[in-house]
Design a protein around this ligand. Sequence first.
Ligand code: SF4
Length: 226
Amino acid sequence: MRDATGAPALRVSQVLGPVTALGPGRRLGLWVQGCPLACAGCMSRHTWDPAGGHDVSVERLARVWRRGLADGYDGLTVSGGEPLEQAQALAALLDTADQVRRDAGRADADLLVYTGWEEPEIAASPAASLALRHADAVITGRYRAGEPTRLVWRGSANQRLTPRTGLGRRRYGPHLDRRTDHPELQVQVTQDAVHIIGVPRPGELSSLARDLTARGLTFQENTWRP
Ligand code: SF4
């Protein structure tokens, strides 16, 4: 995809930071727009429509990433939506993000990608494999509401965290089998939305929404109900 000026661009749902609940440390979080996988129980139904969100050039995203690195961010998490639906733009983004971290002397800042695709689906797609060539780690697999898990950063037991580089192995190796009963959930409030960031356990979103309502917030809609 290209933006109005012809520059490489991604269809983006939102960009937030610092994100601390989707990967190690303080991170830039980028949620792409558009997902055809339609997992039952998905908490991000607002990211399904490929016509939603807005086009953001890779160059602009690179500027945000550069600022994040200057602020000491430990990594970039790309989620969605389905990033591999925009494989060419994702490749441009991660190529650029890799170059930016090197130029900034921050080759220690990692690139993590969430995708609903399974590893064999990625391996069978040259475009997807190319897109992920700079990803230090990937979390793969559809969300299955019937397979809850305590594994950190994963929503269901089938989802796999796979390091793909030396940095990925160093940073994510200790977390491959790490479990928690209390996964971190972040709440960030922007002008028109309350963003709940992280991988909630079943029922947690509704309970959090009830808490926030009790404190005076009124929800017009939420993203996890059909
Ligand atoms: S859980 Fe992820 S892969 Fe599944 S429908 Fe939602 S955004 Fe798409």
